[in-house]
Design a protein around this ligand. Structure first.
Ligand code: ZN
Length: 135
């Protein structure tokens, strides 16, 4: 596996507009994109911090993954995303090392990245995303 950096940290929030205000007015970061990812039932907002992003996630439906997460655990850090070189190879490698995959293959995530999730049961409780810029 070849991880280059932490691509982003995903944070589940109830109200993305209120959260954006905090990141902008208190932390002084600039939201550079807001995007809805329909198949994940989320609205996302992005902030750049060095080469790492903060990805705010608000559920667009109570039965979406973020809606369920907030119901169970409340707001907070939802996942950690690593940028990898070679997403499919990385998935095959971690699978061979007995990590449970949520996604067997990469799929389209926010910002046009190819992404796949590893199950938190196999990653010491941290929902882990691997992502790669498409060629
Ligand atoms: Zn993510």
């Amino acid at each position: 596996m070849n991880i280059s950096h932490i691509e982003h940290i995903g944070i589940a929030v109830k109200n993305i507009d209120e959260a954006i205000k905090y990141y902008e007015n208190v932390l002084g970061l600039k939201c550079y994109a807001v995007e809805e990812v329909a198949d994940q039932k989320v609205k996302t907002a992005f902030f750049m911090v060095g080469q790492t992003k903060i990805e705010l996630l608000e559920s667009t439906s109570p039965d979406g993954p973020i809606g369920k997460f907030i119901e169970k655990k409340g707001e907070g850090i939802h996942h950690l995303a690593f940028a990898v070189n070679g997403l499919q190879n990385s998935l095959e490698e971690v699978k061979s090392k007995n990590v449970i995959l949520i996604d067997e293959k990469g799929r389209k995530g926010a910002e046009g990245l190819n992404i796949a999730f590893l199950h938190p049961k196999s990653t010491f409780g941290v929902l882990t995303e691997l992502c790669e810029k498409p060629e």
